[in-house]
Every structure is written in C-alpha cells, then in structure tokens.
Design a protein around this ligand. Sequence first.
Ligand code: SF4
Length: 470
Amino acid sequence: MGEGEGPKEACGLFGVWAPGEEVSRLLYFALFAQQHRGQESAGMAVSDGGNILVFKDLGLVSQVFNEGTLATLQGDLGIGHTRYSTTGSTTWENAQPAFKTDGTTSIALGHNGNLVNTRELAEREGWRSKATTDSDLVASMLSRCGGSLEEAAMEVLPQLQGAFSFVMMDERTVFAARDPHGLRPLAIGKLPNGFCFASETCALDIVGATYLREVEPGELVMVDDRGLRSRRFTESPRKALCLFEFVYLARADSKLEGRTVHEARRRMGEALAIEAPVEADMVVPVPDTGGSAASGFAAESGIPYGEGLMKNRYVGRTFIQPSQSLRERGVKLKLNPIPGAVAGKRLVVVDDSIVRGTTTRQIVQTLREAGATKVHMRITSPPIKWPCFYGIDMSTRQELIASDLAVEEVRQFVGADSLAYLSLESLVSATGQRKSSFCRACFDGEYPIPIPEHTPTKLLLEKSFHLENS
Ligand code: SF4
C-alpha cells in the first residue's frame, strides 16, 4: 500500500569520495532524499584519511543530524545509511553504518538487503555481538580478515548468499558492492571532483552528481585517490532486480535501469485501465505512490483524475510504527478523505499493492463514510502470495492476505465494490525490461536464490547470537 501497511524497504545507502567537498553535508542531503527507504535510524561515517568518525541514532535523518554534528564530521570520504529493520530489532546498536576496528585499521559498512545464509555464517564464525544484524556480521567478517578492505571484500563477499547492496569504507577508500543477482539497486554517480554511490538516483540528483551507471551484480567498485576501479568478486548467474522497486519502493523521480519510475508506474495504470475497466466518476490515487499510476489509469480510461485522499505530510510513513495496532491507527493519522471531492461519486481508487489488507479496508471504509457511492480498488501489482526473504518486510505467508484468499475473498475483506490486480505480464512490460531480469518471487514463487530450510526470520540473531550489554 502506498501509504499504508507496507511492503517495507530495507534501507537507503550513499557513499561518497570527494576531496575538498563538505562530505557530511552531501551525505546528509543524499540520506534525506532516501528517507522513504528507511525511517527507523540514520547514520554516517566520515574519514579525513586518518580516522573514521561514525555518528548514528534512531530517528529520521533530520532528527539525527544537526549543524553541530555535521560540523564535527569532517573529511573527504564517507558513507551513510537510513534503516528499516528486516534483520534485528530497532536498537542503537543495530543502526548503521556498522563499524569495526582492530586498533590500526577500521571499516564502516552500510547494507541494503537481507542475507539468507546468516545462521550458517554466524555459527561458522562463532560470531557474538551487541548488534543483531546480518550487516554487523558481515562487518565483523571483513574486519577479521585483516589486510586491506579490498582483499577482505574479495574473500568475504563470495561467501554471502541473499540480497546485498553494500557501501563500505576504510580510512581512504569508499567501496560499493552488489550481490550476484543485483536484487537491490545501487547506482554510481560522478561529482565534479569525485564519485558517489546511491541506492536511488534521486540521491544523485540532490547532490548534483550525474548518473554514470549501475554497480553490476557481482561487482566490487572502489574509489580513492587512484580513481574509480572495479573488480568482479563472483559471476552473476542472472540479474534479478526486485520488481517491487518499480511498483512501490523507489521514488517516482528515480530512474531504474534507465527508466523513470514515474513513467513505468503511469504505464502500469494505463495497462490496468485496459485489463480491468470500470464505470466511475473519478480516479483517485492513494498518495504518494498511487499518483503516477492513477494518472495513467485516468488518461487511458477517460475518467477524470482527482484528489480524494489527503495526506498529512508531516506524519512519517506508517512503517515507522512496527506493531499492527499502531499501524492501524497510523493510517488515519495520515490519510483523510476530502468529503466534498468524493461525496456522491463512484470512485476508482488506485494503489500499488495489498499486503495484509487492513489498510485497504480502512481506506474503503473512510471513503464510504465520506459519501462515495462506489469504491472500486485497482492495484498496480499482482496479488502477493509468497513471502520475501530478500529484505522486504513481508517474510511470512500468514501476513499476506492473498496467500490463502482468492481475489473475490480479498474484495469481500476490504469491502470494495470491485477489486482488480494488474497481471504480472503487464507489470513487467510497463518497466520496459525482460521478465527474466527481475525477482518476482512474492508474485510467482520463483525464488532466484534458493531459500534455506530454516528460513531466516527477523529476530534470528537475537535468539542465539546476542551479546548482552554489560
Ligand atoms: S520477493 Fe518480491 S519484494 Fe522480495 S525481492 Fe523479490 S520481488 Fe522484491
């Protein structure tokens, strides 16, 4: 759901090497642009070439940093992170960048994604930590290798299974790496006097960087005073970018694989109007992510587009409130129908996905209370039937309403007059990419990376590997 119940993204990343620039300020604005990817904590690590300083805390980017903290974070290179937790709970220790030092060399790491062989790695390493994230585990593995971070990365990265985009650094070099399937995005940008890496291209725009290319699946890219260099740490069996990036996760002004997300979503709306037409008076988006698709639906169907739901832009996305009851209360804080706009009208309400169904049900109910005579739900993705183990917070079948219920049963649950989902074929076609270049597992159950028998759970590391605070 655009503004409702998820799915949730696992994090936003930024890495920058730009001597002479105010690096902490670049990091701040790049994280600010990627706030939608994680709102539980924010952090950055900056190096002046001799020492790495880390500052992180729970909260939004604007709550964690101020002029004072940015002024202390002086240096030529740095990495930053915004977090939504998919492994480990929301604690200060689990905020990123993860930082490890052996007294002489230090490393910092930010991670977007979820490993699927975390338990095996943690057991083999005999890993114990106050942090309980797979990201901290990887930072430990890198640190234990000794030697250069480049060689450590070449040794450790091939051992990791699952989804990972990393930004990493030692005192002098910034690194970016992407798992062999490229599940989570990571782009390279060029600055006037340096380079940067970002989960989304909207972060490149805000710091004035020009898009260079994507970090390739299985590639380790590094930048320092020797320039931008690249190595392959493993072969890529096939590309499998998360299809949900196009549907919901990425900002509409970002580009993925060369296509603007807004454009792709608009096409999804157009396709939905062709696949599931309906007589109505107004097409209403669920803000914010439904907007592009709703405009496409309106253009294709000839039904006028109109704002029918108002968003309180000062309330964070509901996914900063992890419990179900808070989520249910949260949606009313943020989405309010505009009574005059919807009263007496037959509405087509366009949203990106339905996860649990509870938020959709509330939206339908509040629109009816505001006087809508019909509420037709149109969803720009297929039913989510399978859990995600690669970093999106929908990891059990039980929480997915469409895993057991047919479309008609979901319609009854949400209380809509009609409900239709976009077909997988049309969704993929709207992206301009080939179906085989995506992970679509939550829609079709075809997991690009095999899921181990003991499927990873969010609190896996809490149970067995947690070192209590002393
Ligand atoms: S299972 Fe779904 S949400 Fe998870 S990575 Fe694949 S496409 Fe994305």
